[in-house]
Design a protein around this ligand. Sequence first.
Ligand code: NAD
Ligand code: G6P
Ligand code: MN
Length: 452
Amino acid sequence: MIITIVGGGSTFTPGIVKSIALRREELEVEEIRLFDVDKERQDKVGALVKWILDEDLKCGIKLTVTYDAKEAYTDADFIFSQMRVGKYAMRELDEKIPLKHGCVGQETCGCGGMAYAMRTIYPMMQAIDDAEKYAKPTHWILNYSNPASIVSEACRKLRPNARIINICDMPIAIIDVVAAALEIDKKDIVYDYYGLNHFGWFTSIEHKGEDVMPKLKDYIMKHEILLPEAYLKNFKGLIGAGENENRHAKGSWYYVWKGVYEIMQNFPETLPNTYLNYYLQQKEFVEHSDVTHTRANEVMETREKMLFQGIDKYLSTGEIDESVFYAGSHGDWIADLAIALKNDTKARFLIITENRGAIPNMPFDAMVEVPAYIGKNGPEVIAQNEIPLFQQGLMMQQLNCEKLLVEGCIEGSYEKVLKAFTLNKTVPSMKVAKEVLDDLIEANREYWPELK
Ligand code: NAD
Ligand code: G6P
Ligand code: MN
């Protein structure tokens, strides 16, 4: 097997490589290739990856670091995609520009997510085309590149036959937290879930066949937050640094774990994805945000800085401190998905896929996030019951917003993109939508298709 990582210079690459290498027997992996458009970033991460493969795990997997698409994709079996078009500098603007106008500033939700999507759609199509041209005909692209929801709608529309599965690590990160809070083993948890990406609900959580939703609700109501006690102790004040092993339980992530409690106080029947806070508590999110210091700044000051400082130290002294890079569920999830496809295991995963009736009262062509059994021919999606009016109404508004955005991006239509911004639940009025959009157009001149 040859696995190519697109966005090889990502802060997540070392962790993903570790997850792949630890599964080398099941994956029968011979070569890992890193491909990126930023040579400096890629070379540094490449040096650390080489250490992981050759020194740390001594696993005999060949490493190729390349900036050439043909070399990256030729005969690849799997392409793991995780590109951040515009890098953290643009993420910072995605978050800060909407906030300046009093709107949620978030990398994948609301206006920021739409801006990020308009940068990512065509580079992702390029990756699909390169894979089609050079990779094995049986290749699979497993895509983490955000905003995964809008990216997946663009794939459906522009490249309907692409061998791509779009995925997200948030639901499993929530399950990690649930397992730690209830002190149970996450491997024994089975859950049901439906939604759009970053816009969904857990309808059941079972541990060894026992429904643990009642215990979980009690836990959340008692602690007034969904975070394990051990992590809570480490939050210094509201947005302290928080030293613990879960990367989602740090910094301003605090608010969305708190928000799970706040949402469940009113709507206790399901466990909401943390991302629903941006849509259901949009006003409160803006109120506790700091327009001069957003999540992008936190990431640049912590995850990115630690990684590259650690690599620089390694390059100058030969010493490695493994705590400079994050490894865990994020890499395990994508590597396990590749195993399910390769070895036809029919293991259960949550994926983003065309609805085709899986949620009966959502459109046939909606890109939804639902559980599926994964085998060599791809996903076999598990059909859901009809969903309640509240959730369906929210999802339809978000879905139509995302569809309008993709159409606007493809057609170069300012009016359609403005309609998408106006329809988004994080935006209070058409006037504000236009103001935010015009500022984002200015900031994204280098990246977006022209809108007329
Ligand atoms: P990062 O900026 O550290 O890494 C992204 C890399 O992509 C950079 O090295 C950049 O140079 C590269 N890149 C940009 N455009 C490219 C292109 N056209 N082709 C190839 N490479 C390109 O970002 P990160 O925080 O490590 O995140 C990486 C990606 O993974 C982001 O898209 C992020 O949103 C996504 N992500 C998704 C999930 C999920 O749940 N779906 C979870 C975590 C991260
Ligand atoms: C979760 C989401 C991802 C998102 C990430 C951001 O894992 O599922 O889609 O990219 O959070 O995390 P960060 O630490 O970069 O804010
Ligand atoms: Mn995600």
